[in-house]
Design a protein around this ligand. Structure first.
Ligand SMILES: C[S@@+](CC[C@H](N)C(=O)[O-])C[C@H]1O[C@@H](n2cnc3c(N)ncnc32)[C@H](O)[C@@H]1O
Length: 145
């Protein structure tokens, strides 16, 4: 919210808070999203947040919406989130990199992925790489706990 203050002052963008799983405001439901950017939202350390996060993403998405989600694997239980994501969405990995060591505050450093996520439709399911295989790409050994 604070980061957006300058842009808000110029009238470029509007900002509103959104709590995952809660009823969306009329304006959010009316203005269909082209792009949703989510960074490090799976690694909150609480699997109870996965269903409300997924509910909000489903509500905000139309077949025209792209979600770009940055993710750094930390705990094994995070795979549950992506199992659920794949039921309603197609997921392809568009970026995968180990960041410079000074970007990591934790002792544990895994590569960061960026996923492109789209609502699952007949068309999107057919696209190449649309069903990212989390189990193969994130074997047990990659996780810290
Ligand atoms: C690990 S932080 C990532 C922060 C930032 N996106 C980044 O990449 O630096 C996880 C973020 O998820 C958001 N979050 C956690 N639970 C939430 C909830 N129930 N509803 C909305 N946002 C939530 C909070 O904004 C929190 O800052």
């Amino acid at each position: 919210m604070e980061n957006a203050a300058d842009s808000m002052a110029r009238g470029d963008i509007t900002v509103q808070e959104l709590l995952w799983g809660q009823k969306l405001s009329k304006s959010l439901l009316r203005d269909r999203m082209n792009l949703i950017v989510a960074s490090d939202v799976v690694g909150c350390g609480d699997e109870a947040l996965f269903p409300p996060l997924l509910k909000t993403l489903r509500q905000l998405c139309s077949p025209e919406t792209t979600i770009l989600m940055a993710y750094k694997p930390r705990a094994r239980f995070e795979r549950m989130f992506f199992d659920s994501v794949l039921e309603s969405f197609c997921v392809s990995r568009v970026w995968n990199r180990l960041l410079p060591s000074d970007c990591y505050t934790e002792t544990f450093s895994a590569p960061v992925d960026v996923f492109e996520i789209r609502l699952r439709t007949e068309k999107s399911s057919r696209e190449e790489g649309a069903n990212f295989d989390f189990r193969t790409s994130y074997p047990d050994a990659i996780f810290e706990e």
